[in-house]
Design a protein around this ligand. Structure first.
Ligand code: SF4
Ligand code: SF4
Length: 459
């Protein structure tokens, strides 16, 4: 049995840039962020890498750690693996050949769209659903943010996750097999995955059910897109259509909303946007959802076309991909096709062991203690104002109460309670100010607009 690598998170907060404005904290779907000492702090075990906080930060203080593109130079065969959604970002005056040519010019030796062998994945998902009839709806494992969300917040639904890996794993194994069949040594091959989102960056670095990823580096799609734009030429480029010989309409559309759902079960649903997904999963957990066969859940609005590392407009990207897809055949008939020879090697690599729940939202591992904490929390909530202002450094009153029972916060963190205590002479004004400074940092209350994220207009 394989041991999974510890969960990696790519997002970091730059303490020099953070202005403690709480935008990230209030947008986080898993309440993973608190403000401490005037700075945002991400609680890693609650983070699902959805990237909402990064999008919302007005100070660009949340950034993504990434591999240096120069890393490709250490390999003889430098393979760039990317989802088709990358092509959808380019204005239509650039052809597929020109984009592929620019990628080769940058230094890659082989270009692969990861959805090329999507037929294998379709078959594997069908087989996985057939084998496990007891856990419906079957939930797709395509979006790593959703897999993490289910594991930590809806653990009872973890057994509904299908036992198949995602297209980036498939694409990486496909490229590797092809190059090795052509005589390349494994250690000469560098596989570099271009990710449209932070969640895939983390998923590739800490793959579920594997000791280590077969991918050698991760590239931010936004960064690569800009590089390609600088290197692309509108002159005629060499014909690269043989490199897309197994790409199909189904593959190109896979990462868009309904890309998967359309293929599985009579009753399938596709939901995009992490907050929509959270609302839906609440209902599913409470058994308020009618009979559904298959659920495609994606954290980003408009699925990967709205990935947080994409440069283009998500609606334009989807529209371009849909038009591109029309130029391709719907699917490949595997029978008698050369790609069929790879089935025996590739399909076992797509199998995923059952995904274990990792419930981090429970108040205590010990059931009795958890009940005690729950009742204490309810008593605390009665004293709090219930207006979810965030001035305590927690996203809402309930989260503050939870922090309190877990010894991570105190009653005095609530500014309203402090105010009442001052009125009742239970606390001095200077002590109250000190408490506030502890939460928001010493300089926070000085008359400097820059500290508050606005321009200093000179008063
Ligand atoms: S500046 Fe605001 S949104 Fe950005 S990290 Fe700090 S608290 Fe969060
Ligand atoms: S990436 Fe998503 S889950 Fe993680 S801290 Fe940011 S908003 Fe919260």
């Amino acid at each position: 049995m394989t041991t999974a690598v510890p969960t990696y998170h790519a997002l970091k907060v730059d303490a020099q840039k953070c202005i403690g404005c709480t935008h990230c904290m209030t947008s986080c779907p898993t309440e993973a962020i608190r403000i401490r000492n005037g700075l945002a702090v991400i609680e890693q075990k609650r983070c699902v890498d959805c990237g909402r906080c990064m999008r919302k930060c007005p100070a660009k203080a949340i950034f993504v750690e990434q591999d240096d593109l120069d890393k490709i130079k250490s390999f003889k065969y430098r393979v760039v693996l990317f989802p088709s959604v990358m092509i959808g970002q380019f204005p239509e005056n650039y052809s597929e050949d020109q984009i592929y040519a620019a990628l080769l010019k940058i230094g890659f030796t082989h270009v692969y769209e990861v959805e090329q062998p999507i037929g294998f994945l379709k078959e594997s998902i069908r087989e996985s659903c057939k084998k496990d009839k007891d856990h419906r709806p079957h939930i797709s494992t395509f979006c790593p943010s959703i897999v993490r969300l289910i594991r930590i917040r809806y653990p009872s639904l973890a057994e509904n996750l299908i036992h198949c890996k995602a297209p980036h794993d498939l694409g990486a194994h496909f490229a590797l097999e092809q190059l090795m069949a052509q005589g390349a040594n494994r250690d000469e091959i560098g596989l570099f995955y271009v990710t449209p989102c932070i969640a895939k960056m983390s998923a590739v670095k800490s793959p579920l059910g594997e000791k280590e990823s077969i991918v050698n580096g991760i590239i931010n799609m936004n960064e690569l897109y800009n590089k390609v734009r600088k290197n692309i030429s509108t002159k005629e480029a060499p014909d690269t259509s043989d490199q897309r010989a197994t790409l199909t309409r189904d593959g190109i559309l896979w990462s868009l909303t309904r890309g998967e759902a359309r293929h599985f079960g009579e009753r399938s649903m596709a939901i995009d946007g992490i907050h929509n997904v959270v609302k839906f999963l609440e209902r599913l957990e409470n058994e308020e959802v009618p009979d559904i066969d298959f659920l495609e859940l994606r954290a980003c609005d408009q699925s990967c076309a709205g990935g947080n590392l994409l440069s283009g407009n998500r609606f334009l990207t989807s529209e371009r991909l849909e038009r591109r897809a029309k130029r391709y055949q719907p699917a490949i008939k595997f029978k008698n096709h050369p790609i069929q020879e790879m089935a025996a090697t590739l399909k076992p690599k797509l199998a995923l062991d059952a995904i274990k729940p990792n419930p981090v939202f429970i108040l205590d591992q010990d059931r009795e203690k958890a009940l005690e904490k729950m009742s204490k929390m309810q008593r605390i909530i009665c004293f709090l104002p219930g207006i979810d202002c965030g001035a305590c450094g927690a996203p809402n009153c309930q989260a503050l109460a939870e922090d309190m029972v877990n010894q991570k916060a105190k009653m005095s963190d609530c500014v309203f309670l402090q105010q009442t205590w001052q009125e009742e002479n239970k606390i001095s004004t200077s002590k109250a100010l000190k408490n506030m400074e502890k939460k928001w940092g010493k300089d926070r209350f000085k008359a400097d607009c820059n500290k508050r994220g606005r321009r200093n207009e000179g008063f």
